[in-house]
Design a protein around this ligand. Structure first.
Ligand code: ADP
Ligand code: MG
Length: 464
């Protein structure tokens, strides 16, 4: 008997429905159809490229097995995208179509769904909301700006650019903005710059760039995480530039996160850098001990456990680098305590977090004293000269250099730097920092000094 592609696939679908969950079946298989044979290959029609990819990756082995069983011979399979047209009798008619014609609204919505968005919902972590975010001096500005951006999207702070080191809460804030905007009924797209790049490449390969553009240029709110990833990637920058312009001109909110400020991202086109600076730039710093304590208290509330304050203090004291490390340490402790049946006490903390204590000098920022000492050595000054009010260049220049390094290398706040360097005003510190920051571009001496000093600090820190 001659095999009929449509019937064969119907039989295989029945087998598949018994083998995989209903939601998966409905999402990926329900609307597929057996189209034809090409040699010994069964051509299966699906509704989108994303379905093809998913089936190819996740179900191909199972499908091959079931097809072989039903057909009584091993056959190859191939997934092809087809479009669906409704006929008078409401019957589905499938027709093979080349990729680049696939740009109907219907398909657009579909593709969004296949990428993990339901019509209006990107995949955001449920607990990354404003209410769960502990605010302190290190993140106050970033938090307030994020809230403002979500209260009046596209108006006040557009674009909003958040930057800071790993594990300091950038993604948390981006998701929180997303949740808040979704609640207002806005269309939100959240993705990392890496995903943006990968999807762009895929759309170019599959020649459905128009669909790609429709998704990213037609949203109300675009949240792009870790933009530094597009550094050096010309075509992605070009595409992102146009995405940015279209959204910006339409008054849509754009929020971008990065590990560095726009002017520090190397190999970022100037026109993008300047656009990132059009709106609001807010940085996230390492939280101080009080904020770390508050974060721990919030997290144990979520875990519904009680830990004494002195013990929490010990954890906060050891975990100085970022919030992710702090959370990870708490999780480790909870696991250790469950495993041993021991309460979480200072001894357990010391034992469990020993790895952080011993390597701390390598990973945590250098201390004020260390930086001041290196600067004094380098310029052959006394500590008292640096802290004095003497404004002669031989003292003022090293002092400003110290300000710059304390902020850049040790992430210390302007106010604190002022206090450490002879009780100076934070605007004086800002002036000093800025002079060195900008100076490096035009002044070879500054550039060389910064580079030498950073190296010296790094070396000294490793010995310390
Ligand atoms: P980043 O994107 O900057 O690397 P994340 O947003 O992923 O950092 O944050 C790392 C973890 O720390 C997340 O679990 C996040 O919820 C948590 N976190 C960061 N900052 C805070 C904060 N201020 N309050 C509560 N949790 C925070
Ligand atoms: Mg992140």
């Amino acid at each position: 008997m001659k095999l009929d592609a449509s019937n064969l696939w119907q039989e295989v679908l029945e087998d598949l429905s018994e083998n995989i969950s209903k939601p998966n079946y409905d999402t990926w298989l329900k609307d597929t159809i057996g189209i034809s044979f090409q040699g010994s290959t069964l051509i299966i029609g699906t509704r989108s490229e994303f379905v093809n990819e998913w089936l190819e990756r996740r179900l191909k082995p199972l499908i091959l097995k079931l097809v072989a069983k039903r057909a009584d011979e091993p056959l190859d399979i191939e997934f092809k995208t087809v479009s669906i047209q409704k006929e008078d009798k409401n019957e589905k008619v499938f027709a093979l179509q080349p990729q680049y014609e696939k740009t109907t609204e219907h398909n657009l919505k579909e593709e969004k769904q296949q990428q993990g968005w339901s019509a209006n919902q990107p995949s955001l972590r449920k607990n990354y909301i404003f209410n769960n975010f502990i605010v302190g001096p290190s993140n106050r500005l970033a938090f307030a700006a994020s809230q403002s951006a979500s209260n009046s999207p596209g108006k006040e702070f557009n674009p909003l650019f958040l930057y800071g080191g790993a594990g300091l809460g950038k993604t948390h804030l981006l998701h929180a903005i997303g949740h808040s905007c979704i609640e207002q009924g806005l269309n939100v797209v959240y993705l990392s710059a890496e995903q943006f790049t990968n999807r762009l490449i895929a759309s170019i390969q599959k020649r459905n760039q128009r669909n790609f553009r429709n998704i990213y240029r037609k949203t109300d709110v675009l949240l792009i995480d870790d933009i530094q990833f597009i550094a050096g990637k010309e075509q992605t920058q070009e595409e992102f530039f146009h995405t940015f312009n279209e959204l910006y001109e339409a008054g849509k909110q754009i929020v971008i996160s990065s590990d560095k400020s726009p002017n520090k991202i190397k190999q970022l086109e100037e026109r993008l850098q300047s656009r990132f600076e059009w709106g609001m730039i807010a940085d996230l710093q390492v939280p101080n001990i009080e904020t770390r304590m508050a974060i721990l208290k919030e997290k144990i509330k979520i875990h519904q456990v009680k830990i004494e304050s002195a013990v929490l203090y010990k954890i906060a004291d050891i975990c100085t680098n970022n919030v992710r490390e702090l959370e990870g340490s708490l999780t480790r402790l909870l696991a250790a305590s469950r495993l041993t049946g021991e309460d979480i006490n200072v001894a357990l903390v010391e034992d469990t977090l020993r790895h952080l204590q011993t390597s701390e000098s390598l990973y945590s920022p250098p201390s004020v004293d260390l930086i001041v000492e290196v600067v004094c050595d380098y310029y052959k000054l006394q500590n008292t000269d640096l802290l004095s009010n003497n404004r002669e260049k031989q003292y003022a220049y090293p002092r400003q250099m110290a300000m710059y390094l304390l902020r850049e290398v040790a992430n210390i706040s302007l106010v604190e730097i002022g206090r450490s360097l002879g009780n100076r005003d934070h605007s004086t510190v800002h002036h000093g920092w800025r002079k060195m920051d900008k100076g490096q571009i035009i002044d070879e001496e500054i550039k060389r000094d910064v580079s030498n000093l950073k190296e010296l600090i790094d070396r000294k820190r490793k010995i310390a």
